[in-house]
Design a protein around this ligand. Structure first.
Ligand SMILES: [Zn+2]
Length: 331
């Protein structure tokens, strides 16, 4: 069982399945993740250009700026939701004669743990409610500049001429390079221990983000830590900035300036993971955040259960609690 009896540490930050309430409370679990691209990936909103920002990093005289590539919130939620719904099917959550849940807006079933946790719009038939998501994602930033993490690929149009006009060059979408890292926090509010386990299972097992072709967007999600308490943790941008400064200052690297870091050809994911975790812990202390790290033993035990076939039963139990929670909205 994934509940407070088995994991007393989760009494902070989660609610018991039979105490799910429509009235928001301040129970938060922050899952700290480092997303590492293992193949080229496409993250774009206009179908062509990588999404970029301009960000200041460092303090005082050492202050500098760079242009990170972005992984927008919905690039993460879209992929995780699709994976979560598939996971429910794999774990036989639905009866044989039952319609399985879909990704179609306004046609989600509103009757599965995924819909109730991630939220869904009212359906077209009119009488259903809208469910507010209790999982919050945040736009993620690369640690390095777009000039090194984004590759603009041009494909020459067929034709025999040595000289080509501009129109003859077909622009492919921008690709993020393998090895690109995105520090991310996924925050659950008023979730049950089983819902947390569900998000951890998705995070650990989902390996595709961005454009939905099989050879692109391969991603490894490193779960760096889980922090529970009564508030949200630091933003992705703060963690990313801290990690850049940390890389410059680390004895394990020979970067001298922030620009050496943001312009580096490659970067060590393990060291970045450590620095992001240090940053999260440091910000809990300096900002006085009411959050505690859940012990790594508890986290790996929850992940082991959540990624096993036995999780199907826990998810079926969660479905009953989610139904009761939703029924209360209709009263
Ligand atoms: Zn559903």
């Amino acid at each position: 069982m994934i509940d407070h009896d088995t994991y007393p540490e989760l009494e902070r930050g989660t609610v018991a399945a039979d105490e799910m309430s429509l009235r928001p409370q301040n129970n938060y679990v922050n899952v700290l993740v480092l997303r590492e691209l293992q193949s080229h990936a496409v993250f774009t909103t206009n179908g062509q250009d990588a999404d970029l920002a301009n960000v200041a990093v460092g303090d005082g005289d050492e202050r500098d700026g760079y242009s990170p590539g972005l992984m927008f919130m919905r690039k993460q939620t879209g992929s995780d939701r699709r994976f979560g719904k598939a996971l429910q099917r794999d774990l036989d959550l639905f009866d044989e004669d039952e319609d399985e849940c879909t990704m179609q807006v306004n046609e989600m079933c509103q009757d599965c743990p995924e819909c109730v946790l991630y939220g869904s719009a009212a359906s077209n038939d009119g009488d259903a409610v809208s469910i507010t998501s209790r999982v919050v994602y945040d736009t993620a930033y690369t640690l390095r500049d777009a000039t090194v993490v984004v590759d603009e690929k041009f494909q020459n149009a067929p034709g025999g001429d040595y000289a080509k006009t501009a129109e003859a060059t077909i622009r492919e979408p921008d690709f993020f390079e393998p090895g690109t890292l995105f520090p991310c926090v996924v925050t659950l509010r008023d979730a049950t221990p089983t819902e947390l386990a569900f998000v951890l299972a998705i995070t650990r097992q989902n390996k595709r983000y961005g454009a939905a072709t099989s050879r692109l967007g391969r991603t490894k999600n490193h779960v760096l830590g889980v922090y529970a308490g009564s508030e949200e943790g630091p933003a992705n941008l703060e963690l990313t900035r801290d990690a850049i400064v940390g890389l410059r200052d680390s004895e394990e690297t020979d970067y001298e300036t922030l620009r050496d870091v943001t312009g580096a050809e490659n970067i060590d994911p393990e060291l970045v993971g450590e620095l992001v975790r240090e940053s999260f812990q440091q910000r809990i202390e300096t900002d006085g955040l009411a959050l505690d790290r859940v012990s790594p033993d508890t986290v790996s035990s929850v992940i082991d259960t959540a990624t096993s076939d036995a999780f199907g039963e826990a998810l079926a139990d969660q479905r009953e609690s989610s139904r009761a929670f939703l029924d209360a909205a209709g009263e």
